[in-house]
Design a protein around this ligand. Sequence first.
Ligand SMILES: [Fe+2]
Ligand SMILES: [Fe+2]
Length: 140
Amino acid sequence: MTTNTVTSIGSVPWLESFSIGHDSIDDEHRDLIQSFNEFCVRAAEDPHDTGLRPAAHGLIAKVEAHFASEEAIFPLIGYRRRLTHMREHLAVGNSLHSLLLNDTHMAPVDAAVAGRLILVEHILRHDLAVKTWVLHAAGQ
Ligand SMILES: [Fe+2]
Ligand SMILES: [Fe+2]
């Protein structure tokens, strides 16, 4: 029996339960998940694709730009765990660098899937905790 690698990596769907109630941040999260899904497929299709490394650089740059836009709203909504959250962003960025650019022992698809998991876990564990402040600032 053969296994279709592209199918086995799955695709993380956007779920409304991921929403933190801030339109531009939710749009960025949706776009990042989609970008990671595409990167996982690309890494699964051809582990020797010379475009994977530049694509990884682009993906990390997109993640870091998102972190900057997310951190810019923290003071606007009175979010109190800014420093802890910013440290988490640094840790995620470091992990993605290690996985996608520095770790030569992992298969590209394994690194891509692990990177996607790190991003989704951050959204679920840390970004969703910001929702209370977003809603409060919006008077809800
Ligand atoms: Fe975050
Ligand atoms: Fe985020």
